[in-house]
Design a protein around this ligand. Structure first.
Ligand code: BMA
Length: 385
């Protein structure tokens, strides 16, 4: 079993009135040396970081993990073909990150709202883990207030599902279904599989019932905290949490408007489709990522471009020249951990090109040495820095 301990920042204040700064430094350094020499080895091993965090830190600056939603389950021209993947068809390799959707699990459905059976998700995600990949999960639940989808924005929901709210208990049943899924997400040998959970994303937008027009920042934070606390109390220590607003912020303060606090987020992300659809929009996308990166650096978090994609390959040079332009930026290359694009579905729309000129363009972008597919990621993990 893993034992994960969340790191906290320790601050030490030195009183400098009576002593010179150099004097203080010498004393502090000697004290640290004596302290660390006296620590028994087993005390260190108790603090073990989540393996996803360790891996992402290890490859940071070397490569950005490319991710794709539902990649192993279906593509535009196929579904449930063992070993198949649109990213692999186009590039010759699997993505390094695999995204999955849990919406519908709270309804007691066998399949997600994107029609993938939950058992299949579990098996394919375990397979992805076995191949060396990282899994990230989103959840677009129906609301317990009106039994409508995440995209139904005619009713206030959040405040009613918080502790003390009229539908709190009902919501916890929904959350329990998510916990049950993760508690059963293991390898065939019964090993717990670490995963990223990215709940309540794009809250700064207005298209979800947890969006900015239907709850206050404080209510949203309570929702996020309640969700993560509940899941951690279920023993899901293998979970890494991502905070992932849409692109509607212009500075760090705005970025953190909905932030639940450092204890509740390991990865600072941003979803951004919009800017990359605008002329020169990649410049804006970089600006947004810089805000995320600088915040992550300040608070010792990882940063990620948590969602994007080009709808139906409408722009055949989007991958190399729009999205691709973002990752040419040196700060982005040095700091961003992963870049995830949305699913490939024929009628709902695909976001990674599966054939033709746009697919060649995506392949070209993914040949960049700093974009990691699965083999690149596995190779980098194996190397000692
Ligand atoms: C959206 C679309 C929907 C899908 C939802 C949840 O962006 O792809 O078709 O149901 O995400 O995955």
């Amino acid at each position: 079993m893993f034992k994960f301990v969340h790191k906290r920042n320790f601050e030490i204040e030195f009183k400098t009135k009576m002593m010179s700064k150099i004097h203080v430094l010498i004393i502090a350094a000697s004290a640290l040396l004596v302290f660390s020499c006296n620590q028994p080895q087993n005390q260190k091993s108790e603090i073990s970081e989540n393996p996803i965090i360790t891996q992402l830190k290890h490859v940071k600056g070397e490569g950005i993990l490319f991710g794709h939603q539902d990649d192993l389950a279906y593509g535009v021209e196929w579904a449930y073909v063992d070993g198949e993947s649109d990213v692999k068809r186009v590039t010759g390799d699997y993505p390094a990150m695999f995204g999955w959707e849990l919406g519908g699990i709270e309804q007691g459905w066998d399949k997600s709202l994107d029609t993938v059976p939950f058992e299949t998700i579990k098996n394919l995600a375990a397979k992805a883990y076995g191949m060396g990949g990282i899994n990230t999960f989103s959840w677009h639940p129906y609301s317990v207030i009106n039994d409508s989808s995440s995209w139904y924005t005619d009713s206030v929901v959040v405040k009613h599902i918080l502790p003390g709210g009229s539908h709190h208990k009902e919501f916890l049943k929904d959350l329990q279904a998510v916990c049950d899924f993760f508690n059963d997400f293991k390898t065939v040998e019964g090993e717990v599989i670490p995963f990223i959970f990215r709940p309540w994303h794009e809250m700064d937008g207005t298209w979800f019932w947890w969006g900015s027009e239907l709850c206050t920042p404080d209510e949203f934070k309570q929702l996020f905290i309640m969700t993560v606390d509940y899941m951690r109390n279920q023993g899901l220590d293998q979970m890494v949490v991502a905070y992932s607003p849409d692109r509607k912020f212009n500075n760090e303060e705005e970025y953190f408007t909905w932030y639940p606090g450092h204890e509740y987020a390991d990865i600072l992300g941003v979803d951004n489709y919009w800017d990359l659809g605008q002329p020169q929009g990649w410049k804006t996308a970089i600006e947004k990522l810089h805000i995320v990166i600088n915040a992550a650096k300040k608070y010792n978090k990882l940063s990620a471009f948590t969602e994007s994609g080009n709808y139906m390959a409408q722009d055949t040079v989007w991958y190399s020249q729009k999205y691709g332009a973002v990752f040419k930026d040196s700060l982005v290359q040095a700091e961003i951990s992963f870049a995830h694009v949305w699913r490939n579905e024929k009628t709902a729309g695909y976001y990674f090109p599966y054939a033709g000129a746009a697919a060649d363009d995506a392949a070209k972008f993914l040949e960049e040495p700093y974009m990691f597919l699965l083999k690149d990621f596995n190779k980098a993990k194996a190397s000692n820095k």
